[in-house]
Design a binder for this molecule. Structure first.
Ligand code: SD4
Length: 332
């Protein structure tokens, strides 16, 4: 018996896409005929990782909802989280490294593949804005440590002690504990904010900012400031960001991988799942190895996937303002 199928899929950019749909056929033949179907693009839209994404999205939406651009939105959005002293994993109030120092990682990327990053930055409240200055005011992409700090001060950022009394108390308790066990990433501590936005013009930008893994070695840098690992945007395709154990994300060039998988035709959900599968395949010891990916494509379709249960993201667009859970591979 022969089965003939005619499927044609064609991208029409901003206008929508042509989708094939099953029509009819005889008993031994299925003919899938081409049918024009316009899928509306969801834009503007902003998504960001974890519960703190709701407040961050709100700030981003004030820009996106008024015709502003995605780059301004992703910067303004995550600044809210950076300034939230109650948040123990980003900016002010973030848990420090083993030495009691709060060290920050951040990066930003726009629709023209321009990007900027800072890593191991101390005493500056808004690393995301310093990253943007690196992108816009220098020929470089990443500044680290003292150099990043000096650059920030030269650009008018203020010195600020980011170790709040509450975070310091937690660190001292950890330091005095017998086992000095590192908190389990994501479930016990560590929720970086990654944000992806598409504006009314259809341009995508992204940002990612964190104080990194609590009680890490002094000098440790994670995936969050590394373009292609913690964040990647290709405006022809979409964008992705990561949260969780940065070392594992870097090993598979996580966010760039997700974008490349979408380029091959995968949906955001499928692309994030395949990147998670790759992390699982490449690591022998998966204990506590949580990683979550979040992605958006040019149609404004959003997807995510994580190694362990519990990763969620916040979405805001003209019809949505809510948290969403992602599918995962394992229970804790
Ligand atoms: C890091 N990826 O420093 C960050 C931590 C994180 O949710 O995302 N936690 O490795």
């Amino acid at each position: 018996m022969s089965r003939r199928k005619f499927i044609k899929t064609s991208a029409l950019g901003l206008g929508g896409i042509l989708l094939a749909k099953c029509a009819s056929g005889t008993d031994n033949e299925t003919i899938i005929e081409e049918e024009k179907k316009v899928i509306p693009i969801t834009k503007p839209i902003v998504v960001s990782t974890w519960n703190h994404g709701m407040d961050a999205n709100k700030a981003a939406w004030e820009i996106l909802g008024n015709g502003g651009n995605a780059l301004d939105a992703v910067e303004a959005g995550v600044r809210v989280t950076e300034s939230d002293a109650d948040n123990r994993s980003v900016g002010l109030g973030g848990l420090p490294d083993r030495e009691g120092k709060v060290t920050l990682d951040a990066c930003i990327m726009n629709h023209e593949n321009e990007c900027g990053a800072v890593a191991f930055l101390q005493d500056i409240e808004h690393p995301i804005s310093v990253a943007r200055k690196v992108m816009e005011d220098t020929p470089h992409i990443m500044l680290v440590g003292e150099g990043a700090y000096d650059f920030a001060i030269s650009k008018g950022f203020e010195h600020k002690n980011l170790l709040t009394p509450e975070a310091e108390a937690e660190w001292r308790k950890w330091k005095d504990s017998e086992d000095q066990k590192k908190p389990r990433i994501n479930s016990e501590n560590h929720d970086t904010i990654g944000m992806l936005a598409m504006d009314e013009a259809g341009n995508i930008s992204g940002s990612c900012t964190t104080s990194g893994w609590a009680y890490k070695l002094h000098g440790r840098v994670g995936d969050s400031p590394i373009i292609g690992a913690g964040l990647f945007i290709d405006n022809e395709i979409g964008g992705a960001c990561a949260t969780g154990m940065g070392e594992a994300v870097i090993r598979i060039a996580g966010s760039a991988t997700v974008v490349e998988l979408m380029r091959q035709g995968k949906t955001p959900n499928e692309a994030c799942k395949e990147a998670v599968d790759r992390i699982i395949k490449k690591h022998k010891n998966l204990k506590d190895l949580q990683v979550g990916f979040l992605a958006i494509n040019k149609n404004g379709e959003v997807g995510g996937h994580s190694v362990y249960a519990g990763f969620n993201y916040a979405q805001k667009d003209n019809n949505t303002d809510q948290m969403k859970d992602v599918a995962y591979e394992m229970e804790w």
